[in-house]
Structures are given as structure tokens and as C-alpha cells.
Ligand binder design. Structure first.
Ligand SMILES: Cc1cc2nc3c(=O)[nH]c(=O)nc-3n(C[C@H](O)[C@H](O)[C@H](O)COP(=O)(O)OP(=O)(O)OC[C@H]3O[C@@H](n4cnc5c(N)ncnc54)[C@H](O)[C@@H]3O)c2cc1C
Length: 544
């Protein structure tokens, strides 16, 4: 039976595992934690789909046009057309397996519009769309597990791909239980490890998604794409563990952003853009907040308490629980934070990376969102891309031989054990923390050449140090060996941002503030002989 190894068990990993099982394959689904702890559970806003009973005037063509425009004309038209055309069918499937979407009193689907959408087409499950989707998919995965088609492996992290003549034949996993590296050979390997939040320290997302797998595969020959496009969400609240997302719904209900000057409130967005100023797009609001150079607050206390309780209960509870702030009486201190990664592993229409038989799906793959993502399109992209990858694998002929990787495996085990053998005076976690500072400062909302060059110099220094240090035995071996891939992903991101000498979508360069149509291509970065080479690539911009 065809063997598929899937790394990461969020929505993309599970959707791919289920489709592979349905198509008659056997799947190993590996992740460090259960799916219920994947970032996917945090998705609250909803998933986009044009259905038969859609809002009057809406259509798949409108969804495609909104997605391409939202992505600042950088997403591939063919890929986006496939995504939007299959959205209705994906929604139906999710309902079939038990995802309960919100309906009105008459039983009609409830929908909302996120920024950049011409119609209301975001379907949601109260405030728990991600949670309900994950629960339904987990039940399906368990069904296939009981049928012997899926084997879930927990406490396993990706270490490196097993390659023979440029073809991926599986991967080495680090098993936390045995604290050793274990080869898992497979006909096809699917990477579904989510975004690169960990590079930036605290974000709205999960620190478990750290970009390591993408960075390691890059060092092994895969290309990365559009890494400079990082979506900042303007309204997030600082807490001990992460930055909590304060939903756009707050501004949708009339919430006003202000800062204080001599004790007076300045409603800077309304002053500049008029009454609709608070609802400008995420990148504009984030930039304007940053430009104030002040602490910014979001206020809804002027709304009737009943309205807040009825329409914003999750935000009310979140602020009270994590910061003791009662939004019915006081404003919320907010700041922009890293939220979503449009860039990642470069994949073709069938979701295959540059390494043959190695696929990628979900937030770790760069294909549908161009230079900026529309809210509600990433859950859709994770579901759709996962199914596309599974179908591509089912339709492919694979080599029948089983190459012997024992020498490679032994060499990598020995290298890891040697490093683990002694305690480092210079902990790996310190390098991770320093990296996060560099990334936040140099790849912030506004970038420039001098900052990016300094960022590259800093990361090059970190890379040199990381090569020399012994491992820190006070943390999991993963936090040590993952430094190599994480630093490569960070360095590649800075290289892409430096190469794009224009402002487009989520990438804003104050030294090149205008959009330049001559650069309307994806940035594709490759690791060649120790160098990070970036090209602005027509093929990836239009065909992927
Ligand atoms: C607060 C928040 C709200 C959001 N709301 C929405 C929304 O309303 N609508 C929408 O469309 N999108 C939303 N998003 C984005 C969306 O949730 C994600 O893009 C999507 O869930 C990603 O799914 P995934 O399966 O690719 O990754 P994830 O769900 O992040 O899963 C990644 C998996 O890979 C595993 N993993 C990571 N690294 C390794 C490794 N080295 N080895 C092995 N396994 C590894 C993880 O443990 C996990 O199992 C939101 C994001 C956030 C942060």
C-alpha cells in the first residue's frame, strides 16, 4: 500500500490524512502535540465560501476577484480559481463530518464580511470556527485510524528530509519519548507545519509553529517564496504568553482607536480618513498606529452594555480574564502584532515543493494569498491545498525500491548526540530570543534597506554562533537542533524583504513607498552554495 508521511496535524495535516486514507493510502500523521493544540483551533472568524444560497450578487468569480485584489495581484490566478471554485464543496464536506456552522432563526446560514470582501461570504461557528473544524476532523481521523489507514504519532518533531538523488523518500523524526532520531520512509511526504510565528517571539499565533521545517527543507534544496509578506493584525492585547487577537468585529461595532495628547483623546484615524477611518484595511491601520509613536487604545465603552454583551462577549471575556479590563467601562490597550504568513515553501499547483515527492499544505505553503491574505481564506486554503496534495499523490507513480538510509541516519544521530552530550554556557533559547528581537525590529510594519541589512548581519552572526555552541540540556533537544532551520528561515525572510524594492500588500518599505508594476512577481529564495539567492520569479507569480 502507498505510504504517506504527513508532518503536522492541524487542519491541513488532518484534511490531507483523511483524503489520502479515502484514496486507499496508508498515512503516518506526526506532530509534537495532539491536533487539539494546533494553532488551527484559534481561528475564530470563519471560512470563506460562495454557496448555492449565497448573498445576492455574490459568485465564485467575485471571490476570485477579491482574493486576487486582496493579494495585491501577486497570487496565481489558476491556483486562486481552483481554491474559490471548490470552497462550497469544502463547506458542505465540513458540515457532513459534523462542523456546526451558525444559522439564523430561520435556519439560514449566517455569514459575515471580512475586510476586502465585496460580499458576506465568511461562514462561522459562533466564535469557535477553528475549534469546531478541528473537532470534526479529529473524529474523521480517528475513524480512519480504527480502520488501520492512519497511524497518529505524537511527541514527534521533524528533523530533516531523507533524500536520494533529489527525491524525498521520507523524513527523520525526533521522538521525544525515546529522545532519538527515527527514520520514517514514505512514498510521499507532506509538510503541514503551519506558519513561522516562533521567529518573532510572541505573536497572535502558536509558538509551536516556528518555521523550522520550511527552513530545514530550504537548506536541503527546497525553495521558499514571498517570505516578506507578513500580515500584522492592528489590534492585539499583550498577555504573558502571547498577543491575544482583538477581533475586527470590535471596530465593526463602532470601536474607536485613539491616543492621548495632554490628557485629550486624539482619534487619529477618523481625523485622517473620516468616519470610516477605524475600519481601514489591516495594513493601513497598523502603519498609522505605528506612526503615532504612542500607546494606542481601542474604545467601545460608549456602546450600550447590552450591545457589548450580545455582540462582543468573547472580547469582553478575554479582556477581563487575561488583563482584568472591563471593556464596558474602559478602553483596551492595543498594538499591532504578527498574525499570518503569506510566504512559505514554494509549491506548484499540485502542492509539490521543489523536492520531488515532498508536498506542502496549509500556512507553511505559499500559494493562494499573494502579498496579503483575506480573512477567512486561510482555513479554506488549508483544507483545499491538503486535498489537492492528497489527490496529486494518489495519481503519481512512485519508485518501487526502498533505498538504504542507515548510513545517513547514523551520521545524523551521531551529530545530534555529540552536541547533546555537553551543556552549553550559551543557551540556544538565548539565540532564539535575540532572533525574535531582530525580526520584530527589522521586519516590522515599516522596513528600510539599512534596517534589513543590519538584520541580515545580526542573523549571520547568530548562525555563526549557533554552529559553534554545544546544546543546552535544560530544554528539549528540539529547541537546540531546530536553531539551524529557524535561523535559515529568518535569514531567507530578511533576504526576500531586502530584494523587494517596492511597497506592496503587507510589505511596506519607507525607502520605496510606491508599488512598482515591474516587480509584480513572487520573490523566490534558494540556498545555493551557502548563499541566499532571491529572484523575482514570473513563473511562481502566475502559475502557482
Ligand atoms: C488568532 C488567530 C485567528 C485566526 N482566525 C482565522 C479565521 O478566522 N479564518 C481563517 O481562515 N484563518 C484564521 N487564522 C489563520 C488559520 O488559523 C491558520 O492559517 C490555519 O489554521 C493553519 O492551519 P495549518 O494546518 O496549516 O497549521 P496549524 O494549525 O498551525 O498546524 C501546524 C501543525 O504542525 C505541527 N508542527 C509545527 N512544527 C512542527 C515540527 N517541526 N515538526 C512536527 N510538527 C510540527 C504543529 O504542532 C501542528 O500540529 C487565524 C490565526 C490566528 C493566529
Amino acid at each position: 500500500m502507498r505510504e504517506v508521511l504527513i508532518i503536522g496535524s492541524g487542519i491541513a495535516g488532518m484534511a490531507c490524512a483523511i483524503r489520502c486514507a479515502e484514496l486507499g493510502m496508508h498515512v503516518t500523521l506526526a506532530s509534537p502535540y495532539p491536533s487539539e493544540r494546533a494553532q488551527s483551533v484559534m481561528a475564530a472568524g470563519g471560512i470563506n465560501a460562495v454557496t448555492a444560497d449565497c448573498e445576492p450578487g455574490d459568485s465564485v468569480a467575485c471571490h476570485i476577484a477579491d482574493t486576487l485584489r486582496g493579494g495585491a495581484d501577486l497570487a496565481g490566478e489558476q491556483a486562486v480559481a481552483g481554491l474559490c471554485a471548490h470552497a462550497g464543496e469544502i463547506l458542505q464536506y465540513l458540515e457532513q463530518i459534523g462542523t456546526v456552522f451558525s444559522v439564523d432563526a430561520a435556519g439560514r446560514p449566517m455569514r459575515r464580511a471580512f475586510g476586502g470582501q465585496s460580499h458576506k461570504r465568511t461562514h462561522y461557528c459562533g466564535a469557535g470556527t477553528g475549534k469546531l473544524m478541528v473537532s470534526a476532523l479529529v473524529m474523521e481521523v480517528r475513524r480512519w485510524e480504527a480502520a488501520g489507514r492512519v497511524q497518529r504519532r505524537l511527541r514527534c518533531t521533524f528533523h530533516s528530509a531523507l533524500l536520494r538523488d533529489g527525491v524525498c523518500r521520507g523524513a527523520l523524526l525526533f521522538d521525544e519519548a525515546t529522545r532519538s532520531l527515527e527514520p520514517v520512509c514514505a512514498d510521499a511526504t507532506v509538510i503541514a507545519t503551519g506558519g513561522q510565528n516562533g521567529l518573532f517571539g510572541k505573536t497572535t499565533g502558536s509558538a509551536l509553529c516556528d518555521g523550522y521545517a520550511a527552513g530545514m527543507l530550504f537548506l536541503q534544496g527546497a525553495e521558499l517564496k514571498n517570505l516578506e509578506f507578513i500580515q500584522y493584525h492592528p489590534t492585539t492585547l499583550e498577555t504573558a504568553q502571547k498577543r491575544m487577537l482583538i477581533s475586527e468585529a470590535v471596530r465593526g461595532e463602532g470601536g474607536r482607536l485613539f491616543y492621548l495628547e495632554n490628557g485629550e483623546r486624539v482619534y487619529f484615524l477618523e481625523d485622517k480618513y473620516g468616519p470610516g477611518g477605524n475600519l481601514m484595511t489591516r495594513d493601513v491601520v497598523s502603519r498609522e498606529m505605528e506612526a503615532t509613536g504612542r500607546d494606542v487604545f481601542l474604545d467601545v465603552s460608549f456602546l450600550d452594555a447590552g450591545v457589548i454583551d450580545a455582540r462582543l462577549p468573547e472580547v469582553r471575556d478575554l479582556c477581563l480574564k487575561y488583563r482584568g479590563i472591563d471593556i464596558r467601562r474602559e478602553p483596551i490597550p492595543v498594538a499591532p502584532s504578527v498574525h499570518f504568513f503569506m510566504g512559505g515553501l514554494a509549491v506548484g499547483l499540485n502542492h509539490e515543493t521543489g523536492l520531488r515527492n515532498c508536498f506542502a499544505a496549509g500556512e507553511c505553503a505559499s500559494i493562494y494569498h499573494g502579498a496579503n491574505r483575506l480573512g477567512g481564506n486561510s482555513l479554506l486554503g488549508a483544507m483545499y491545498g491538503a486535498r489537492v496534495a492528497a489527490e496529486a499523490i494518489a495519481g503519481r507513480a512512485f519508485p518501487e525500491d526502498r533505498p538504504d538510509f542507515s548510513k545517513q541516519v547514523e551520521a545524523r544521530r551521531a551529530a545530534l548526540e555529540e552536541k547533546l552530550a555537553s551543556q552549553s554556557p550559551f543557551p540556544a533559547m538565548y539565540i532564539r530570543d535575540m532572533l525574535a528581537v531582530t525580526m520584530r525590529e527589522k521586519l516590522g510594519i515599516v522596513r528600510d534597506e539599512a534596517g534589513l541589512r543590519q538584520g541580515i548581519a545580526d542573523v549571520d552572526y547568530d548562525i555563526a554562533v549557533a554552529e559553534q555552541i554545544k546544546y543546552d540540556s535544560s530544554v528539549s533537544p528540539y529547541f537546540n537542533y531546530s536553531l539551524t532551520g529557524i535561523l535559515a528561515a529568518a535569514r531567507a525572510t530578511l533576504s526576500c524583504a531586502l530584494a523587494r524594492r517596492e511597497s506592496r500588500g503587507a510589505h511596506y518599505r519607507c525607502d520605496f513607498p510606491e508599488r512598482d508594476e515591474a516587480q509584480r512577481f513572487a520573490s523566490v529564495v534558494a540556498y545555493e552554495g551557502g548563499a541566499y539567492r532571491v529572484r523575482l520569479d514570473r513563473e511562481h507569480a502566475y502559475e502557482s
